[in-house]
Design a protein around this ligand. Structure first.
Ligand code: FAD
Length: 459
């Protein structure tokens, strides 16, 4: 009686993975997408930033080549070629998703989807029409936030959307408002290219949502590379001046300012629901987020929401995990993933990756813990790479001995964090993790060192 078992609105990492999973479970599925498949992550987020960072890292490492006996004559970079490479990567992955939809028989409806009645989505655009489904999954994501700071709408102020679109062109100085993950990845990219970068962060450290030591260490590394970093700095306003834009901010009651040819506003993202609900069809909201329960149900029967549009943690893998969980709920199938355990990675140099509790979290929650730390300066593989200061830090429950958290700052941290997530999700102890040997020379040998120290501290 319905056209589909499931209509997903939004083909970002939440929506497209949910649709593919639903098709695998035998549900007749459609996805509505108003822009390109892949969403923010593939087109304006995770993938383009990492492609650009890969390019700038190759440039940076080649600059340091002579110390290793490698010289490249006339070393230079071409920003438009870097952006073209980024675009190639994006387009390759985008066509991959479209092929996956075809292979799985997921119907892609191009256009803007609006919930117009129970079980009904009206699509405006290429595949215009009224479609019905037993279940509807809202996965419309988020857009960059532009808080009402005077001057933030001046020409030359960009968000990650415009910057990744190449709208900024070539420039010699950049002020980044926001020292979170997005801000620091762009700071790394432009600093590698020799652009004068200033970061202005309102809270007392960079990466304020992560372990204190990570942000403090990163600030030291960035300053050493010539990036100006202001923390505890609240931006008051921006004004156009000769040579660009002046950002005025207050630190400890003192007014200060910096000038940049361009400004990147990287202070968060807002859930996106524009045009999603016809009058009288909106579910209950939690401020701008769609409110959901633990099963990702909204207040409307048969309507679910996942990812950036409803989640306080806005990450691609969170959107995907929630989408798969919601589809399993719809299909009446169990899902045992621990959705509260969220690894987070920052693709600066060295990389940062963390999961679970920090020592400070444990203190706040009055959980007795022991911690251990191994420095990467003693790790052979890191020395070969001439790596920057880094460490691996582990947190374990003082009584149950179970691993509760890990914070890594080292090369390839993003590829190593999952084994620690697995250990935490499965209630493993340092002794469990020490049962297997780690190859030499690898970054993971530092993990063995941290685990051994933790074992000693646990007594
Ligand atoms: P989105 O990816 O935002 O997708 C939503 C889709 O819905 C969009 O394609 C949109 O066009 C579509 N849509 C919206 N409304 C409608 C409608 N009414 N009808 C039809 N279609 C609609 N996360 C990480 O995990 N790792 C990273 O390294 C990382 N780096 C990032 C770097 C940057 C610069 C940015 C901006 C973000 C980054 N993120 C990263 C965050 C990540 O991109 C998001 O958390 C993720 O994309 C959210 O997925 P989603 O499916 O919920 O929404």
């Amino acid at each position: 009686m319905f056209d589909f078992d499931l209509i997903v609105i939004g083909a970002g990492p939440g929506g497209y993975e949910a649709a593919l999973h639903a098709a695998k479970l035998g549900l007749k599925t459609a996805v509505v997408e108003r822009r390109e498949v892949g969403g923010t992550c593939l087109n304006r987020g995770c993938i383009p930033t990492k492609a650009l960072l890969h390019a700038s890292t190759v440039y940076e490492e080649t600059k340091n080549g002579p110390a290793l006996g490698v010289t490249a004559e006339n070393l230079a970079y071409d920003l438009s070629a870097m952006f073209a490479y980024k675009q190639q990567v994006v387009e390759k992955l985008r066509s991959g998703i479209e092929s996956l939809f075809k292979a799985a028989k997921v119907t892609l409806l191009r256009g803007t989807g609006t919930l117009t009645a129970p079980n009904t989505v009206t699509v405006a655009g290429e595949n215009e029409g009224v479609y019905t489904a037993q279940n509807i999954l809202l996965a419309t994501g988020s857009v960059p936030a532009r808080p009402p700071i005077p001057g933030l709408d001046l020409p030359g102020v960009m968000t990650s959307d415009e910057l990744l679109n190449g709208e900024g062109g070539d420039f010699s100085s950049l002020v980044i408002i926001g020292g979170g993950v997005i801000g620091m990845e762009f700071a790394t990219f432009y600093n590698d290219l020799g652009v004068a970068v200033t970061v202005v962060e309102g809270l007392d450290r960079l990466l304020p949502n992560m372990d204190r030591e990570l942000g403090q260490n990163l600030a030291m590394i960035m300053k050493k590379r010539g990036v100006q970093v202001f923390t505890g700095a609240m931006v008051k306003d921006l004004e156009a001046v000769d040579g660009g834009l002046q950002v005025n901010f207050e630190t400890k009651g003192k007014l200060q300012s910096v000038v940049g040819e361009k400004v990147l506003c990287a202070i968060g993202r807002s859930p996106y629901t524009a045009g999603l609900f016809a009058e009288g069809t909106a579910p209950e909201m939690d401020r701008r987020r769609i409110k959901v329960n633990q099963r990702f149900e909204t207040s409307l029967p048969g309507v679910y929401a996942i990812g950036d549009v409803s989640s306080p943690v806005q990450l691609a893998h969170v959107a995907t995990a929630q989408g798969i969980y919601a589809v399993d709920e719809i299909a009446g199938k169990g899902n045992e993933m621990d959705l509260s355990l969220v690894p987070g990675c920052v693709y600066v140099r060295p990389e940062i990756a963390a999961v679970g509790l920090t020592e400070a979290d444990a203190k706040t929650r009055e959980i007795p813990v022991k911690t251990a730390k191994a420095l990467m300066s003693a790790n052979g593989r890191t020395v070969i790479l001439n790596g920057d200061r880094g460490f691996m830090k582990l947190v374990a429950h003082a009584e149950t001995r179970k691993l509760l958290g890990a914070q890594l700052m080292c090369a390839n941290a993003s590829d190593m964090i999952s084994q620690l997530s697995e250990a935490i999700a499965n209630g493993l102890t340092p002794a469990d993790l020490l049962r297997a040997m780690r190859p030499h020379p690898t970054f993971e040998e530092a993990l063995t060192a941290a685990l051994e120290e933790l074992e000693v501290k646990l007594g």
